[in-house]
Every structure is written in C-alpha cells, then in structure tokens.
Design a protein around this ligand. Structure first.
Ligand SMILES: CC(C)(COP(=O)(O)OP(=O)(O)OC[C@H]1O[C@@H](n2cnc3c(N)ncnc32)[C@H](O)[C@@H]1OP(=O)(O)O)[C@@H](O)C(=O)NCCC(=O)NCCSC(=O)C[C@H](O)C(=O)O
Ligand SMILES: [Mg+2]
Length: 270
C-alpha cells in the first residue's frame, strides 16, 4: 500500500464525487490515490449532494488506496461547508485547489486536521509556491495544468512548452520543502502513447506521480513512475561499485549523491 507519509502516489485519480458509478468503480482500480472532487468536475446544482456523497464514500473506504477530497477553493461559496464536511469525514487528506497563500493553506489544514495537498494552478500560486509548500500541514503539491494554461492564455492546442517554468517551479518548491510533487492531468481519454510521453516528461522534470481523469490512464502512470528493471539493475550495481568520492562506474563518473539517488530508487521500487 502507498502511504502518504512515506511514498508519494504514482497515480492519483480524480472523479466527481457526484458520480456514484465512478466511486464504485474506483474501489476496483489500481490507482495509488483516489481524489473525490467537489470542485470543477461537479456542477453548481450538485455541490451539496456531492459533498454528502464524498463523506459517505469515505465511510465505506477505498481499501488500500489513499483517499482524498478536493474541496472548493477558498473564494468559493461552497468552501466553508466543504471544510466542515472534510473535517468530519474519514478522508485521509484534502486537496485544496487554487492555493495562492501559504497562510491560507495552513489555516485550512488546521481547520480540517488532515494532511493537505495544495494545488498550484494560478500565476499567484506559482509565484508563492515555495512558501505554500513549506506551510504547516502541506505534504504535497499538485500541478493544475488546465488552470495554469487558462490563466497564462496559452492556445488551446499548445503543448506544454508554455508550462515549463511553472512545472519546474512546482518541483523546486516541493523539493525545497521536502514535500512530494504530482504532475497535472492528460486530458485526452484515448491516447495512451501521448499519456506515456507526458508521464515520462513529468518524471524527467522531477515529479513523483501524475494526476489522472480516467481508469484507462492508471496502468500507464503506475508503470511510468515506477523504476524500470534496467534502472533497478543499474542502481544495485552502482551501489556495489561505489567506494566514496569519485569513481568510474560503467561509462560515467559517480559520487555520493548518485549513491543516494540509487538508494532512493531502490526504496521506491521496493
Ligand atoms: C472524462 C469523463 C467525463 C469521461 O466519462 P465517460 O465517457 O462516461 O467514461 P467511460 O464511459 O469511458 O467510463 C468507463 C467506465 O469507467 C468509469 N469511470 C470513468 N471515469 C472515471 C473516473 N475518473 N474514476 C472512476 N471511474 C471512472 C465510468 O463510470 C465507467 O464505469 P461503468 O459506469 O461501471 O461502466 C470521466 O472520465 C470523468 O468524469 N473523469 C474525471 C473528471 C474529473 O474529476 N475532473 C476534475 C479533475 S481534472 C482537473 O480539474 C485538474 C486541475 O484542476 C487542472 O486545472 O488541470
Ligand atoms: Mg484546476
């Protein structure tokens, strides 16, 4: 089982808390984390029923999967009731969208009394990412790439080039504060190759996992964010070859930080 404290999720699947079939389905899926959404996936008219459904779903649980509720943002009329419901629920964590200030995240974390995953998805949030990541109660950052693209006025069919600085800022902020970092969603539902490429890109940027929107995306993300057999073999051999200081290993120089990287990779694989 993935534990929020020790191992970040490779796959974090969103679903609208108003969708009972998706909630039932989620209990059969291999996602490390389930995020019951009360925010953008839920129409205004369904906000109250979605909140009640999320609490009931948490009572029933999601087995070994980490389960979280994404509440509405602090400036939403639904936010206060979401906080009360999340606090009273069995949710393991809460996801706060559109966080722009560290104090706001810390204050919600205190009110709910659960670990917080702060979404960085506005220009102000990106500029404040380092302090948000370091706020009391924050255990992880999630990139909200759709909202960032919207706020930056990127063309609808543009790739992720315009998001690079934001994504790297999120990774930097998370690493500086020692919290995990999860990449944004891939919107296409039937393009596993495209998803795989974006997962690889996210991992290469330093992300620990990816947020997802459909069950058919889970296996791709779990595979992409797990160490490969080749990486595991290389890490084991590197640790064996290391002697402290700089040494030749295969065709490259390795030093102590490479040993630390290899150990972390083996821990992740385990
Ligand atoms: C995108 C969808 C609306 C597509 O739905 P649909 O066409 O109905 O899917 P399928 O017919 O292919 O579904 C097949 C079965 O799988 C279940 N299903 C579908 N999606 C999910 C899911 N996310 N979790 C669990 N189960 C799911 C269906 O119920 C079918 O099962 P069954 O009924 O038993 O046959 C839909 O996939 C969807 O709603 N996805 C999640 C949308 C969401 O949560 N959006 C909010 C988060 S994204 C975001 O906001 C990111 C961020 O903030 C940003 O700014 O970027
Ligand atoms: Mg968003």
């Amino acid at each position: 089982m993935t534990s929020l404290e020790t191992l970040p999720p490779r796959s974090a699947l969103y679903l609208p808390a108003s969708n009972a079939r998706a909630i039932a389905k989620a209990r059969t899926l291999d996602a490390d984390m389930i995020i019951l959404d009360l925010e953008d996936a839920v129409p205004e008219a369904d906000k109250a029923t979605a909140r009640d459904a999320a609490a009931a779903a948490m009572d029933e649980g999601f087995g070994d999967r980490i389960a979280a509720i994404r509440i509405n943002a602090p400036d939403s009329p639904h936010h206060a009731e979401d906080v009360v419901a999340a606090q009273a629920s069995q949710t393991a964590a809460i996801v706060i969208p559109k966080v722009e200030m560290a104090e706001s995240a810390a204050q919600i974390a205190r009110a709910v009394g659960k670990p917080v995953l702060a979404m960085i998805e506005t220009p102000a949030g990106i500029l404040a990412a380092a302090s948000i990541a370091a706020a009391d109660g924050v255990v992880g950052l999630i990139a909200g790439t759709n909202d960032i693209a919207h706020a930056l006025r990127l063309p609808p069919l543009a790739g992720r080039g315009g998001l690079t600085l934001a994504l790297q800022t999120i990774v930097l902020a998370g690493r500086a504060a020692g919290v995990f970092v999860i990449d944004g969603v891939w919107n296409r539902l039937d393009d596993p190759e495209g998803l795989e490429g974006e997962c690889r890109e996210g991992r290469d940027l330093g992300f620990d996992g990816k947020t997802l929107i459909h069950p058919n995306q889970i296996a791709v993300a779990n595979r992409a964010f797990s160490p490969s057999e080749a990486e595991i073999e290389d890490a084991r051999a590197l640790i064996e070859a290391a002697q402290g200081g700089a040494v030749r290993f295969r065709d490259r120089m390795v030093e102590d930080m490479h040993v630390a990287t290899a150990r972390a990779l083996l821990e992740r694989a385990r």
